[in-house]
Ligand binder design. Structure first.
Ligand code: IPE
Ligand code: IPE
Ligand code: MG
Ligand code: MG
Ligand code: MG
Length: 298
């Protein structure tokens, strides 16, 4: 339990530092137009910042300074915020509350929310390709390529499409798992792999990091779906108990709460097995896996 408390405070510390970085990044952007207001509204209220945490911690264990990984950590949170703004749109999940506040489109309208999402995604790649990234051009390119592959049509966007297409359908467990990997796990795995890329580690270590991230990311989506049933709305900062009515194809719907918890725990155990192969102090990543398991499952 104390491991989880430690990781909670470290996560909060990372979250606050990333929030400051993003706030500074957006400070010069004038506030008077609707698009910029919508962008600021959503990105000055980041969530848990777990993707940023994974970038920072998975590179720190290979000796990379937080100051150097910070702009990359901020970029992944900008991308994540874009994905949530679009996920909440009426054409997607039609949600009215995100991170404890009205969703972007509820505040600024659908057009501004779509464009705020587009702009945040673009801003992330502007930042990733800028001189603020203090790594070799080759490392920069590898980071950009890794992220782009994880969030596009064969990754997050593709998974989000499946999520919508699967609504109301009777599916095999394998189809549901594939959708969850695409919409959530590939991006999380990319954040972990980026740590290794920044740390200049060998191919084998990169694949341990990626496998850890895939297992953790899939477990994370399963627990998000469990939270939709069992969670507390105030803590989650979003409306819950919506997936069933929307006909979402979740593992919980398919196999029930108990078996979903077992599956999530198995994936957490798998993530822990993978990370153990690394030749460094991986304790923050293993404690983070315990944190994800405990967050929802107990
Ligand atoms: C929510 O992600 C979307 C999912 C992939 C389940 P998070 O739970 O990481 O959202 P924030 O950033 O903390 O708000
Ligand atoms: C969203 O999954 C996954 C994304 C890629 C954004 P959900 O639709 O379950 O996330 P919440 O519950 O709205 O945060
Ligand atoms: Mg969704
Ligand atoms: Mg949603
Ligand atoms: Mg959800």
């Amino acid at each position: 339990m104390s491991k989880v408390l430690d990781i909670n405070s470290l996560l909060l510390e990372v979250r606050n530092a990333v929030q400051i970085y993003i706030d500074l990044l957006l400070i010069s952007k004038d506030d008077d137009d609707r698009l910029k207001k919508a962008i600021k509204y959503s990105s000055t209220n980041i969530g848990k910042a777990m993707r940023a945490f994974l970038v920072i911690e998975s590179s720190k264990m290979f000796g990379v300074d937080t100051a150097k990984s910070m702009p990359i950590a901020a970029s992944v949170e900008l991308i994540h915020t874009y994905s949530l703004i679009h996920d909440d749109l009426p054409a997607m999940d039609n949600d009215s509350i995100r991170r404890g506040k009205p969703t972007c489109h509820k505040m600024y309208g659908e057009a501004a929310a779509i464009l705020a999402g587009d702009s945040l995604l673009t801003l992330a790649f502007e930042l990733l390709s800028s001189e603020l990234i203090d790594f070799s051009s080759n490392t920069k390119l590898t980071v950009i390529n890794t992220l782009a592959k994880a969030i596009g049509m064969n990754g997050m966007a593709g998974g989000q499409m499946l999520d919508i297409l699967f609504e109301g359908q009777e599916l095999a467990v394998e189809n549901i798992m594939e959708m969850q990997k695409k919409k959530t796990a590939y991006f999380i795995a990319a954040c972990c792999k980026i740590g290794g890329i920044l740390g200049n580690v060998d191919k084998q270590s990169l694949s341990y990091l990626e496998n850890y991230g895939m297992a953790l990311g899939t477990a994370f989506q399963i627990t998000d779906d469990i939270l939709d049933i069992e969670g507390c709305e105030i803590k989650a900062g979003k409306k819950l108990r919506k997936d069933y009515a929307a006909g979402k194809a979740t593992l919980v719907d398919k196999v029930g709460l108990n078996d979903s918890k077992i599956k999530a725990q198995e994936l957490i155990d798998l993530a822990l097995e993978e990370i153990k192969n690394l030749q460094c102090d991986y304790s923050n990543l293993s404690n983070f896996a315990y944190f994800i398991a405990l967050r929802n499952l107990h």
